[in-house]
Each structure stands twice: as structure tokens, then as C-alpha cells.
Design a binder for this molecule. Structure first.
Ligand code: NDP
Ligand code: OXD
Length: 315
């Protein structure tokens, strides 16, 4: 017999790479009548709601009551795999706090190159005291790939800091004070005017491997990369070749195809690379739970869900 009270939702937190048990008390507080299971508890398969980060492969096919898949994050690439029933919607987190964190991370990374902190760190190792000319922010051309919830606010924040900001997206976007390009045809002119490339794209079939030799070769000599999208966007051998050949100046990398980044990965020690452990930004757990609970209630009330993913586009 089900332990659910009649009509109460059953919510399963599913991840094969991290324990999501820390959500249990928060979710219980937000929805006191809900049944809550956490992977690998077998009862997860009875749930109607799957709240996911890297869910186990093919798990949805074993959840006959599934009615909603909800990400705990902004990106949904890792939870679309194995989703076969077109009637089950997928929602994600969109949060001003997450956007604020991303602005901070990208602002630091852009300043790191614009104000030569990379070169100062190298000089310090040589005990070299050498001042470099102060370049105005307006002389630093930043290019943001992806102008959505995160890329859009990051581009605006950098514009307000005085940078010369360009942006690239799938469809045409207009943002005051920012020159924008879109689609395949817009990529080359966008790259050609970009000194610091910021990747805030979602991972889809169209964007996998986009940070490879061709894109990197489209940047001006001495350009730098700030990568906060997904590890699979980057062809790391191509980046390492561009850095070691001196064509590119450096890279700040937050995301990797395998996380944690394996100890023997050459990126750890590649000159010019800063590695951070997928910490550019994240939504507070309480906010994630608030959004999940809100969407569960909306589902039960027959109202349109918030922050749904367009499954045809894949983001
Ligand atoms: P959105 O879905 O709001 O925006 C995505 C943007 O990318 C849109 O502007 C979209 O274009 C553009 N885009 C998608 N496909 C293409 C394509 N083929 N060519 C050109 N542009 C494309 O996503 P968010 O801004 O919320 O998040 C972006 C990503 O950031 C997430 O998917 C995740 O991977 C990553 N992320 C990383 C974090 C970290 O800590 N490192 C934290 C949070 C998110 P259009 O405007 O035309 O739709
Ligand atoms: C996200 C992330 O997508 O943390 O929110 O990468």
C-alpha cells in the first residue's frame, strides 16, 4: 500500500553523481504532505515528480507515474537523456541570485585578463616588477556566447562596467548598447571582434564541441576564454594547442566533461589555464525547492508551469 496521503505528491530526488538528500528537509517543509524519496531508495520509481541532477540512465522509463521532470539547476542537458514521453514536461531553475553569482564570476574573469592579473602572477613568479599600461575597459572587447537568462544579464553588467560588449545567440536579440549577431552566419564576425570570449551556452546537439579549433582560430591573436557553459562545449586538446602555440592568451574554465576533473587531466597544469570546480554560480537550495514546489502546485492546479524547457530546441 502506498504511504502517500491521498492526493499528496510523491517527489523523488534523483542523481547518480551526488546525494541530493540535503533537499529532503527543505522539501518536507515546503510541502509537508508530500512523500519524498531520494535516490537510490527503491520508492523513487513510484514518484510522479523527478527532481534531478545527472539522474541514473533510463530511470524515467521505470517511473510509470512520472508527470514532471524538474532540474535543480539552470542547465538541463544532463537530464534530457532517456526522456522519451513527450507528455512529461521538463522545467529548470531561473533565479536572480544565480544570475548575480554568474555576473560576479565572469566579472572577475574578465578583469583577470583586462587588468593583466594573469601576467602579474607570472611576473611575481619571476620576481619581476613591471607595470603595464592601464587599458580602458572600453578598449577590451568582450563577446558573450548565449544571451539568455544568464548570458543576457552578464552582457548587460559588463556593458555597464564600460566594456565593449558583443553577443551571439541562436535567434536575433536586441540589447541596448550591445552589438549582437546570431546563427551560424553571425559567428565569424562576432568572434573576430572578441578579445575575451565568455561561453554561457546550453549544451545541445548544435553547441557540443563549439569551442574547438575553428572557433578558437576565429578569435584575434592573444584572445582569452572564460567558459561557464558545459564541459562538452570545449575541445580541450584544441584549446591546449592554441594556448601552447601562443595564439590564445589564457582561459578560465569552470566546467568539464568529467567532474571532478580527473587528477591526470592536462588542463590542471596547462600554462595559462585557471581551473575552478563548477562553482561559477548556483541557486540556493531553498530557492530551488521554492520553484519546484511552485511548479508542483501549478501542475496539480492545471496551471501553466514556469521555466519550462523547449524540448525541440533542447534548452
Ligand atoms: P538560456 O536557455 O536562458 O539561454 C541560452 C542562450 O544560448 C540563448 O540566448 C540561446 O539563443 C543561446 N543558444 C542556444 N543554442 C544556441 C546555438 N546553437 N547557437 C547560438 N546560440 C545558442 O540559458 P541560461 O542563460 O539560463 O544558461 C546557460 C547555460 O549556462 C546553462 O545551460 C548551463 O549550461 C550554464 N550554467 C553554468 C553554471 C556554472 O556554474 N558554470 C551555472 C548555471 C548555468 P536564443 O536567445 O536565440 O534562444
Ligand atoms: C546550472 C549549473 O546549470 O550549475 O545551474 O551548471
Amino acid at each position: 500500500m502506498s504511504r502517500q496521503s491521498p492526493g499528496a505528491p510523491h517527489i523523488a530526488f534523483l542523481s547518480r553523481s551526488a546525494s541530493l538528500a540535503y533537499f529532503r528537509p527543505l522539501m518536507a517543509e515546503a510541502m509537508p504532505h508530500a512523500e519524498i524519496s531520494v535516490w537510490p531508495e527503491p520508492r523513487c520509481l513510484e514518484a510522479e515528480i523527478a527532481v534531478c541532477w545527472n539522474p541514473p540512465p533510463d530511470v524515467y522509463a521505470r517511473m510509470p507515474r512520472l508527470r514532471l521532470i524538474h532540474s535543480i539547476a539552470a542547465g538541463v542537458d544532463n537530464l534530457l537523456e532517456g526522456r522519451r514521453d513527450p507528455g512529461v514536461p521538463v522545467c529548470r531553475v531561473v533565479d536572480p541570485g544565480l544570475a548575480r553569482g554568474m555576473i560576479e564570476y565572469v566579472r572577475w574573469s574578465v578583469l583577470y585578463f583586462h587588468r593583466h592579473f594573469d601576467r602579474m602572477a607570472a611576473q611575481q613568479r619571476e620576481r619581476a616588477w613591471q607595470r603595464l599600461p592601464l587599458a580602458a575597459a572600453s578598449a577590451c572587447r568582450v563577446g558573450v556566447m548565449g544571451l539568455g537568462e544568464l548570458g543576457g544579464v552578464v552582457a548587460r553588467a559588463l556593458r555597464d562596467d564600460g566594456y565593449d560588449v558583443g553577443g551571439w545567440s541562436r535567434s536575433a536579440r536586441q540589447i541596448d548598447g550591445i552589438r549582437t549577431w546570431h546563427g551560424e552566419g553571425g559567428l565569424a564576425p562576432f568572434l573576430a571582434r572578441t578579445d575575451v570570449l565568455v561561453c554561457l551556452l546550453p549544451l545541445t546537439d548544435a553547441t557540443r564541441g563549439i569551442l574547438g579549433a575553428r572557433t578558437l582560430a576565429g578569435l584575434p591573436e592573444g584572445a582569452a576564454l572564460v567558459h561557464c557553459g558545459r564541459g562538452e562545449h570545449l575541445v580541450s586538446a584544441d584549446l591546449i594547442a592554441a594556448l601552447s602555440g601562443g595564439r590564445l592568451r589564457g582561459a578560465v574554465l569552470d566546467v568539464f566533461p568529467t567532474e571532478p576533473l580527473p587528477a591526470d587531466d592536462p588542463l590542471w597544469t596547462c600554462p595559462g589555464v585557471v581551473v575552478t570546480p563548477h562553482m561559477a554560480s548556483m541557486a540556493a537550495s531553498a530557492e530551488v525547492v521554492r520553484q519546484v514546489a511552485g511548479n508542483i502546485q501549478r501542475l496539480r492546479d492545471g496551471l501553466p508551469l514556469r521555466n519550462t524547457v523547449d524540448l525541440a530546441r533542447g534548452y
